[in-house]
Ligand binder design. Structure first.
Ligand code: NAP
Length: 440
């Protein structure tokens, strides 16, 4: 058989340990699929002495010198499952410039400085694959960057963070508040000790940037993504959504569209939103991920599965390892980054959205007219108005709850409407403001 393809594995934690296990268990099949065996040349970790259980690997392969391992002449492919920006960026740029192929699961780095990695890959002539960086085991990036390259993607809407989906699903199922649902997620191992990256939407924003870059042939970074987390979502919001036949999900939305001057742009955002229970993403429960892709010729496509976890993520990593190993043996490389469209990213204020607004108001004649006047002044058209106790905190004598759903309008106009409503003396409080996605 042909001489082995040699891997440098950077990181041997949740994902890395499963990569080692799968490489061992499936070595014969993998060799047959590639046409050469895969061999681990070394594994870089932070703590050599860490107990790694019964991992089927020679302990002599562990090193703390990641850079030294990458630079070795007998390393063909670098697999990075450490995470974070530095030192990972320096390692991967070094590897790519030296002509090695790189497989990484590092969404934070790709969203922060994916351009530097792509440029280094072009310089060195190796491959850069990162299927595991978005939605774990779900084959999603390869379909976007290969299968759909004959089509024009118009919109990508996804649930790409399992922790927040678990929390919001629990809030919907039990009526629990955010803090209670987060506690349950932590106890069950779905949330990390510091859940900030998940609940504040940073993780989803990084994935949104990667998805938008691939879908729209444009470099989109984490800083281009409008981001809101789920910490402000209340049990009353969830109850209000339920009363409307909806549920609340943390969505990442990347859409193509024209601005006021007809210039084509992209908008990329992550925020909680109400979606109707009939929407395909509404039934994505627990810690599962799903991504809904709309393309002009293909129509609607849905990708669903486990978005995290050692083995599911390692499955995606190994799929990439097989692809880059085959390319090396064939002496070819995959198509490089496609960023030719270079579309401007539209500010959030210009993104077209709909709002669901729940107001506690004075129960007296003329209130509806005053409230409707505020919407009209900002050119925001009202789709439905409902009066009732659904989820609002009002209930005292002389108070009522108004639930208003708008038509699509620029986000800035909707925000200005809410701001003005807050200043009206007939509005006791703005109980909830949520964006609405999908038809109601
Ligand atoms: N976990 C998931 O479900 C999941 C899903 C999708 C993507 N990802 C991505 O996969 C990557 C790895 O995640 P993970 O959950 O496996 O992380 P993890 O369990 O924290 O493992 C990190 C590994 O990196 C090693 N490491 C840390 N700093 C290092 C340094 N300076 N030099 C050498 N090694 C170092 C650690 O060494 P020690 O073992 O000695 O501590 C550990 O083996 C991240 O980019 C993450 O975003 C993870």
């Amino acid at each position: 058989m042909t001489s082995p393809v040699r891997l440098a594995l950077l990181g041997c934690g949740t994902v890395g340990a499963e990569v080692v296990r799968l490489l061992h268990e499936q070595s014969t099949d993998l060799a047959a699929r590639i046409g050469a065996p895969l061999e681990i040349a070394g594994i870089a970790v932070r703590r050599i002495g860490r107990d790694r259980g019964d991992l089927p690997i020679d302990p002599a392969l562990f090193t703390t010198d990641a850079l030294g391992l990458i630079k070795r002449d007998d390393v063909d492919v670098v697999v990075e499952v450490v995470g974070g920006i530095e030192p990972a960026r320096g390692w991967l740029v070094e590897a790519l410039r030296a002509g090695k192929s790189v497989v990484t699961a590092n969404k934070a780095l790709l969203a922060e400085d994916g351009g530097a990695l792509h440029d280094a890959a072009v310089e060195g002539g190796g491959d850069l694959y990162y299927e595991a960086s978005v939605a774990g085991a779900i084959p999603l990036l390869r379909p976007l960057r290969e299968s759909l390259h004959g089509d024009r993607i118009t919109r990508v809407t996804g649930i790409v963070n399992g922790t927040t989906n678990f929390i919001l699903s629990a809030m919907h199922a039990t009526g629990a508040g955010f803090a209670e649902a987060l506690e349950e997620a932590t106890e069950l191992g779905y949330a990390e000790a510091d859940p900030t990256a998940d609940v504040e939407g940073f993780d989803a924003a990084a994935k949104a940037a990667i998805l938008a870059s691939l879908a729209f042939h444009t470099r989109v970074g984490a800083a281009d993504v409008h981001r809101e987390g789920i910490t402000e979502v209340t049990a009353a919001d969830v109850a209000s959504a339920k009363a409307m036949g909806c549920t609340i999900k943390l969505l990442c939305i990347a859409a193509r569209g024209a601005d006021g001057q007809g210039q084509e742009t992209v908008s990329v955002r992550v925020h909680p939103a109400m979606i109707p229970l009939t929407h395909p993403l509404a039934s994505v429960g627990d810690a599962f991920n799903a991504v809904f892709v709309e393309a002009e010729a293909a129509g609607q496509l849905m990708f669903y599965g486990r978005g995290a976890g050692g083995a599911p993520t390692a499955s995606a990593v190994l799929g990439d390892v097989v692809a880059v190993a085959r390319n090396r043996l064939a002496g070819v490389r995959a198509a490089s980054e496609s960023a030719y469209a270079d579309l401007p990213v539209r500010p959030m204020g210009e993104a077209l959205t709909r709002y669901h607004i729940s107001l506690d108001v004075a129960d007296r004649p003329g209130v509806l007219e005053s409230v409707a006047g505020v919407f009209a002044r900002h050119d925001v058209s009202i789709a439905t108005v409902r009066q009732g106790p659904a989820g609002g905190s009002a209930g005292g004598a002389g108070e009522a709850v108004l639930v208003i759903v708008t038509h699509v309008a620029p986000d800035a106009a909707l925000a200005a409407t809410v701001q003005e409503l807050r200043g009206l003396d007939i509005v006791r409080s703005v109980a909830s403001v949520l964006r609405v996605e999908g038809g109601l």
